[in-house]
Design a protein around this ligand. Structure first.
Ligand SMILES: Nc1nc2c(ncn2[C@@H]2O[C@H](COP(=O)(O)OP(=O)(O)OP(=O)(O)O)[C@@H](O)[C@H]2O)c(=O)[nH]1
Length: 761
């Protein structure tokens, strides 16, 4: 039965908080849901616009109000898919939207609003094929949980029994196709409209799209009706693949019961495939192997199937052959998730325990917390307590991520969702904390996550000193959504005021720096990255030092320890030699080598982390023609013969150029660094000496010759005394300039150390 209504073409846009403050009875409207709405303000809003064009939109979370005086109905929605961009009005914002229709639409049906020319039609979603609509929170109340007449995208907010919930994650080595597969799953379950689909849908940061990598984990709830007609709720948690972000992977795995292990059918098992599989096995997840990219000419699924069995010991007889790009094998994957991933335990009756796996700060709603309900249930209005911080808040909204936020009434054990409770500080609701109810507290918190510890540090200084306050604010904001980012103020005689910042790795550092420059318009100078050294002083104290220029004086130090990592390299056998050479050049201690298949070997080294911060990864890729991959984990600290190498430019120490190096490499580094700086620093009108020193001992020196003005140009003839006088005056001028002159050190110079390794070793 189609309910269609031609209507006045009025779309009004309100912020939910304004609307929600007015009661329907006050403004002459009846509501079919318990939410209050303001009809009057809706109708008189100046932001009402006529909708032209022939775009379509589907509406979720709708509710109806009727004007008593006029026989008209309003359809309100907290979210509208599809963009009516005509007239400069875009529906894809986080506001309540209203559409005036003349007949009351049936609230039990999902709706699509079709805008054609100057009319809007409201039709039940079932009658509009090809575009997944969604029903609503009201539909979740009405839905009886059957699959009859429902396609997958619709009713994804509907409650299904716990036995029909599947929480899973996708793990893979970087670029093996996680995000592409996630896109296809969203699309084929109708969670995202075909028209709205864009590559890497879950990667919503600009940087993620540009670089084609996943940085932050994302979650999406899908509805899948299996071949027998049984509806399932699938919660997908997408994870990043780069080694810097393996911390995020472990967080998402803790919220799941199963994982799709995606392996590129031409490249096979890579270092991070292994690392992530071990993480998944540790968390007792059901692993479903998926061989992706079978459309590639070089794909050899049979070989890779064997490789996975040999290396990981996982039964791959039922591995799914897939091409995420071409959409092959997607239904098999969905069926397999439903059949193989175990449902969560039904612990709804127990006191609430929900594990926070992510959070971010929204400037209007406070901290938004993403969590998985392990036991119990939580609903709007509940007073919850965050067990680690002890803070209590009243829940203002709970909802699911599908993948945009969609409010629901209640979340039960096994479900994944978000809550907003006007939480002011991220510290109150830390990732890894357990949420419980304030009136019925859980006895024990869930095991949380280890805190992410920054491994790489560097100084960030604004080029323009006036931007210091802006830099602090920008870092504070970024930190709200990136718990792994650390910073503290730092002062340097050469660079002025700035911050010493800690990152998970070089990629993380690069991303933060780029976001600061791009999103906050800051012009920054970054110093060379360094690791945290542990200095044992003669007076018995132990100092942790991430800033080479702050290393205690040689006389005060007893010994310096540096962090070591266990690094595993997976490489085709042809490159074993060159990779062993690379590891040894970087002071690596050989641990073991084994052939994981006939053609591929795994090399394990113990290596100082400081030697990896630099061009190690680039070297690994270039020496193996891109075929090798690596994975590392920090093992602890070890004593090393380290010294601080200072760089003096124009006889002044430039703190940010100081580096901590191994004693045996100091001369090589000193020489290469001074030569490199000579090329990078522009010539001045005076001579600039560049020296590398250990303590007061100069171990390498270079000089930048001055630019010379020809002061004798106008001095014709042979008056030698006049010429001498002019030259003397010029020499004095240069001396004075040298004493007061500032040498501008370009940004490239601070990064020179990163590109030295090849020249030194
Ligand atoms: N030919 C082919 N290419 C694919 C397939 N799946 C993914 N790709 C391509 O492989 C590249 C990497 O895919 P992504 O989905 O971004 O890989 P990812 O594992 O999510 O990478 P990260 O998010 O950085 O960890 C992209 O260029 C995709 O277009 C496939 O089935 N066939």
């Amino acid at each position: 039965m189609a309910v269609s209504a031609s209507c006045t073409t009025l779309l009004c846009n309100f912020h939910s908080s304004t609307v929600a403050s007015l009661s329907p009875s006050l403004c002459g409207a009846e509501s079919s849901s318990s939410r209050p709405y303001s009809l009057n303000s809706c109708l008189t809003s100046s932001s009402a616009v006529a909708c032209a064009g022939s775009r379509r939109a589907s509406i979720v979370d709708h509710c109806f109000c009727r004007s008593r005086s006029k026989n008209r109905w309003l359809l309100a929605s907290s979210e509208v898919f599809g963009a009516f961009t005509e007239g400069g009005f875009c529906l894809r914002e986080w506001n309540l939207r209203w559409v005036v229709v003349q007949k009351r639409p049936n609230p039990n049906l999902g709706f699509k609003i079709r805008a054609t020319g100057s009319t809007i039609e409201a039709k039940p979603a079932n009658n509009m094929p090809n575009e997944p609509s969604s029903s609503s929170s009201s539909s979740s109340e009405n839905n009886n949980g059957t699959a009859e007449g429902v396609d997958n995208g619709k009713d994804r907010l509907a409650k299904v029994p716990v036995a029909n919930i599947r929480n899973f994650s996708i793990i893979a080595h970087i670029d093996h196709g996680k995000s592409t597969l996630a896109d296809k799953l969203l699309q084929s379950t109708g969670t995202v409209l075909a028209r709205d689909m864009k590559e890497q849908f879950l990667d919503n940061m600009d940087l993620e799209r540009e670089r084609g990598i996943t940085i932050k984990l994302q979650a999406a709830r899908m509805r899948y009706v299996d071949k027998t007609g049984e509806p399932y709720c699938l919660n997908l948690i997408d994870t990043p693949g780069h080694v810097d972000f393996s911390y995020e992977v472990s967080r998402s795995l803790a919220a799941c019961e199963g994982a799709l292990l995606v392996v590129d059918a031409s490249q096979g098992v890579e270092a991070q495939t292994l690392a992530n599989v071990y993480l998944a096995l540790e968390s007792n997840l059901e692993i479903i192997p998926v061989l992706n990219k079978i459309d590639l000419p070089g794909a050899d699924p049979e070989r890779i199937r064997k490789e996975i069995e040999e290396i990981i010991g996982l039964d791959c007889s039922e591995a799914i052959l897939c091409s995420a790009k071409e959409g092959i094998g997607i239904v098999e994957i969905l069926e397999s998730i439903v059949k193989k991933v175990p449902p969560p335990k039904d612990t709804t009756k127990e006191p609430l325990r929900a594990l926070i796996f992510d959070s971010y700060y929204d400037q209007y709603r406070g901290v938004i917390v993403y969590f998985r309900v392990m036991d119990g249930k939580v609903k709007e209005g509940d007073v919850v307590q965050f067990m680690a911080s002890g803070k209590e808040y009243e829940v203002g909204e709970v909802g699911v991520l599908s993948p945009v936020q969609m409010p629901v009434k209640e979340l039960f054990a096994g479900e994944v969702g978000y809550l907003a409770a006007s939480i002011r500080s991220v510290a109150d609701a830390r990732v890894g904390d357990t949420i419980t109810l304030s009136r019925v507290k859980a006895e024990k918190a869930l095991p949380g996550y280890q805190e992410a510890t920054p491994m790489v540090f560097c100084g960030l200084f604004p080029v323009d000193a006036d931007q210091f306050a802006e830099l602090r604010e920008a870092l504070e904001r970024l930190q709200l959504n990136d718990a792994a980012l650390q910073f503290e103020p730092e002062t340097s005689s050469a660079m002025g005021f700035g911050f010493r910042c800690g990152f998970l790795g070089l990629l993380h550092m690069d991303i933060v720096q780029e976001r600061l420059e791009r999103e906050y318009n800051l012009n920054l100078i970054t110093t060379a990255p360094s690791v945290v050294y542990r200095v044992h002083c003669v007076d018995g104290s132990v100092v942790e030092c991430s800033n080479p220029s702050a290393l205690p004086e040689a006389g005060k130090r007893k010994e310096i320890e540096e962090p070591y990592v266990r690094i595993e390299l997976l490489t085709p056998k042809d490159y074993i030699g060159s990779l062993m050479e690379l590891a040894q050049e970087r002071r690596g201690e050989f641990k073991e080598m084994k052939f994981i298949t006939e053609n591929r070997a795994s090399l394990v080294y113990s290596l100082p982390l400081g030697e990896m911060v630099g061009d190690f990864f680039d070297q690994l890729k270039s020496r193996s023609k891109g075929y090798a991959s690596m994975e590392y984990s920090v093992t602890g600290y070890k004593e090393s013969k380290l010294v601080r190498l200072d760089i003096l430019i124009n006889e002044e120490i430039v703190d940010p150029l100081a580096v901590i190096v191994h004693r045996d490499k100091a001369y090589g580094v000193g020489r290469a660094l001074t030569q490199k700086l000579k090329k990078l620093i522009p010539r001045q009108l005076f001579k600039i000496p560049i020296q590398a020193c250990i303590g007061s001992k100069v171990i390498a020196s270079e000089a930048i010759t001055p630019m010379r003005k020809d002061v004798l140009a106008k001095c014709y003839g042979g008056d030698i005394t006049r010429k001498k006088k002019l030259l003397k005056k010029q020499a004095e001028g240069k001396k004075r300039m040298k004493s007061v002159g500032r040498v501008e050190v370009p940004q490239d110079a601070f990064m020179a150390i990163l590109r030295l390794e090849k020249e030194v070793v």
